[in-house]
Design a protein around this ligand. Structure first.
Ligand code: SF4
Ligand code: SF4
Length: 365
């Protein structure tokens, strides 16, 4: 399928860019010094990785996430692989297992190595919920200040998505430099959202986007929002989860939950890590920062023992943090409605279903 770039710059200029390949955008980003991280198809899943050219295998297929299930389906006109796959920018901002520093003896001195600072990255084709998650996650693990974000608005949604009710999608919000919107059959509307984005777009040649084309893109995003089948009343959840530490809902989840921690690993805002120090017989010591999860027994271990010693307590802690106490800590919800925790939960536990059960319980109390 040929792609057409229709570029609308700011509110005053609009351009149509050719040649009809997303590779020209990747090349432009690379020529501006960015390493480009974008979506690729790997092992039957859409993931993010460094790219030197746009992965055309994505064209015409979409992620089809369902509770406890993920598959790819054909979708005419799809360009960026549809709703989110398992990987978010969190994997790239704070990798799952990274060396913080290492030290080795040198004579009577100690030599300390720290990782070299990396250059700026351009994240291409990121979904709006994940751009919102980057801002939330950045409260704990800020990314590189010069990283660029090119968001791809969602024109179709998965069964597990509920970003609309969390106010994070499917239209692009704050935090994007360039906004891409798929429309028609493989056409992409391109708009700048920041000065840096505008500078890049000025380097893209093209003809004007028509009002009809802009409207077509807008209406596809609006239709995607309408088609979402899951939702959480964010305000009600905040109140309800704070007031129900002893609900029977937690025990009912615990009967199904495997405490496998998948939900926290795929969640784009879960930021917990543990620190591991190792030493070898040559005296080399190394500090590693590794993703951790509140679903592991050791996570809540303090002097005297584990204080969240049941699966019910761990799920309650996680869900309550996401939807309620995160507000007290950071002034926002800790959930962006990406639906990953529902998709990648091996038993399909659904945070929207459990939160709505608690809200109902409080309403009838
Ligand atoms: S809690 Fe679930 S739906 Fe919410 S941001 Fe995390 S993975 Fe996505
Ligand atoms: S809710 Fe699902 S993904 Fe999360 S720990 Fe329990 S079984 Fe694993």
């Amino acid at each position: 399928m040929d792609l057409t770039y229709v570029v609308a710059m700011g509110s005053e200029r609009s351009l149509v860019v050719r040649p009809p390949k997303l590779n020209s955008l990747v090349e432009l980003l690379t020529s501006h010094g960015y390493s480009v991280v974008g979506p690729i198809l790997r092992d039957g899943v859409v993931v993010l990785d460094f790219i030197e050219k746009f992965d055309e295998a994505l064209i015409g297929v979409e992620s089809a996430p369902r509770p406890g299930e993920y598959r790819l389906e054909e979708h005419k006109g799809a360009v960026f692989g549809g709703p989110v796959g398992p990987m978010s920018m969190k994997r790239w901002i704070n990798p799952p297992n990274r060396i913080a520093w290492s030290a080795r003896p040198e004579g009577d001195q100690v030599h300390v190595d720290t990782p070299k600072p990396r250059g700026p990255r351009a994240y291409l084709g990121i979904r709006p919920c994940d751009v919102a998650a980057r801002t939330i996650f950045g409260e704990v693990w800020p990314g590189h200040p010069d990283d660029l974000v090119i968001v791809a608005e969602c024109t179709s949604v998965g069964e597990t998505c509920f970003c609309s009710s969390m106010g994070t999608g499917p239209a692009a919000g704050e935090g994007a430099d360039i906004v891409l919107t798929e429309f028609g059959e493989g056409s992409v509307l391109v708009r700048s959202r920041s000065d840096r984005g505008a500078v890049l777009l000025a380097r893209m040649n093209g003809a004007a986007a028509t009002e009809d084309e802009i409207e077509s893109a807008r209406s596809r995003v609006a239709a995607a929002a309408e088609s979402m089948v899951r939702s959480i009343d964010s305000e009600a959840a905040r109140e309800a989860l704070a007031s129900m530490p002893d609900s029977a809902v937690w025990d009912s989840v615990a009967q199904r939950c495997l405490a496998c921690a998948n939900c926290t690993m795929v969640c784009p805002t879960c930021f917990c890590t543990s620190i591991n120090d190792t030493a070898d017989l040559d005296g080399v010591v190394q500090r590693t920062i590794r993703w951790d999860s509140c679903f592991t027994p050791g996570f809540s271990e303090i002097h005297g023992g584990v204080h969240r010693d049941s699966v019910a307590a761990r799920y309650r802690h996680w869900a309550s943090h996401k939807l309620s106490t995160w507000w007290d800590q950071f002034g926002t919800a800790g959930c962006v409605g990406c639906g990953r925790c529902i998709t990648w939960c091996p038993v399909g536990i659904d945070i929207t279903e459990e939160a709505n059960r608690i809200i109902k319980e409080v309403a009838h109390a």
